[in-house]
Design a protein around this ligand. Structure first.
Ligand code: URA
Length: 408
């Protein structure tokens, strides 16, 4: 049976729900070996999956754990997910904006993966901030202030975690059917009524092309339909880093500036307004243009930042205690011209070398280090102008400036 299933997929044939259930649960129970699962995953990577197979796999993942139920909380709960990017601090900005407009937001976030930082790591740069709330604390806080950002407390789609770890070391991560089932199983298990997914593409993202991002989007919408959840997606470019900062404390401070309406000069502000408007449109069932006006008004009036402060206070964080390293290195341009590209992936790699993320599982994150871009794509620069500032502690790697900035 095990070899028949692998062979069937190797030949590009469709697996039944029973076969998928048997194989994946067999793996979880230790009856199917790593090498056999790796072999099936590679066959899936190469030959793809039909929609029916993807629905089956998603169901197997969802059924492996709990499905949270927040029906006690009034209002349409809208969740948001990003497929991950360099400098992506959108959750810190969007969650309070949406909550300030009366839509309950229960956001379960994750840690960094590869070169991309995680929201939970960023929040940990706020001293005292509690990232592991218990279920009853989550419910109480949402009822009181309308917003929670927490780490995943329960075992949601635990099978995905196990399979993901194997995919990570067998070059089987970038399979669109596998990504779709992985993301959607966790979103369905987290109990939101509606889901917005920011699907990123580009050199700093999992998917390299817009076409792949579109394919993934379509699949996730279809999976949502099977579960009766409205799923909307937004495609966004991750060839260029998001915003000006990469690094945990720096990114929280940047998020605060955006929430206060102080920084609308980078691509971050526009993406946050677009994502928040989409969520408000879903939560209030109003047209997007109307939602956008509400979002801008929430930022301009200070309501959005006030909600962020409320969130941090409720989760016992101390905003005044955020630390950024005092040791800085200014990286200057070696030529004059216009910046036509800033390579997200190279910037992500540099931030890891500085210590802003983990290279090995056992590494400790240094929250106070990172990179601030002094110039953005489209800016004109003269030789000697500061392109970026590195906030460093013990590691001061050489910045490969020509790999990061294209100046023409
Ligand atoms: N994020 C996920 O949660 N799963 C994937 O497979 C890829 C990105």
């Amino acid at each position: 049976m095990i070899l028949d299933i692998i062979n069937k997929k190797r030949l590009g044939k469709e697996l039944s729900y029973r076969e998928i259930d048997y194989f994946f649960n067999g793996y979880l129970e230790g009856e199917i070996a790593d090498y056999q699962m790796s072999s099936l995953l590679m066959a899936i990577c190469i030959n793809g999956m039909t929609d029916e197979e993807i629905f089956s796999l998603t169901k197997v993942f969802v059924d492996s754990g709990e499905v949270l139920d927040f029906s006690d909380i009034e209002g349409i709960k809208v969740d948001k997910h990003s497929t991950g990017g360099i400098g992506d601090k959108t959750t810190l900005i969007i969650a309070p904006i949406v909550a300030s407009l009366g839509i309950p937001v229960i956001k379960m976030s994750g840690r960094g993966l590869g070169y991309t930082g995680g929201t939970i790591d960023k929040l940990e740069s706020i001293p005292g901030f509690r990232i592991n709330l218990k279920d009853r604390e989550i419910e109480k806080q949402v009822k009181e202030i309308g917003v929670v950002i927490t780490g995943q407390t329960r075992d949601l789609a635990p099978m995905d975690k196990v399979i993901y770890a194997l995919r990570d070391v067998t070059a089987t991560v970038s399979s669109i059917p596998l990504i779709a089932s992985s993301i959607m199983s966790k979103k369905i298990a987290s109990g939101a009524d509606k889901i917005l997914i920011d699907v990123k593409y580009g050199n700093g993202a999992l998917l390299k092309t817009k076409e792949e991002a579109k394919e993934l989007s379509k699949l996730m919408v279809k999976i949502g339909e099977v579960y009766g959840r409205e799923v909307r997606t937004m495609l966004s470019d991750m060839n260029t880093p998001l915003g000006r900062c990469v690094g945990n404390s720096l990114e929280v401070l940047e998020a605060i500036d955006v929430l206060k309406g102080k920084d609308d000069s980078s691509n971050l502000f526009n993406l946050c307004v677009d994502l928040a408007s989409e969520m408000v449109s879903m939560g209030k069932e109003i047209p997007e243009e109307e939602a956008k006006k509400l979002v801008i008004e929430s930022i301009d009036s200070g309501k959005a930042f006030k909600k962020f402060e409320e969130l941090v206070n409720h989760q016992e964080g101390d905003l005044k205690g955020i630390k950024v390293s005092d040791n800085t290195i200014k990286v200057r341009s070696t030529k004059s011209g216009e910046i036509t590209k800033i390579n997200a992936l190279e910037l992500g790699k540099l931030s890891l070398l500085l210590g802003a993320g983990k290279v090995k599982k056992t590494d400790k994150i240094d929250y106070s280090v990172g990179i601030k871009l002094n110039k953005l794509v489209g800016n004109k620069v003269e030789k000697g102008d500061v392109l970026m500032t590195l906030y460093v502690n013990k590691n001061t790697p050489d910045a490969k400036i020509d790999d990061i900035f294209t100046i023409e």
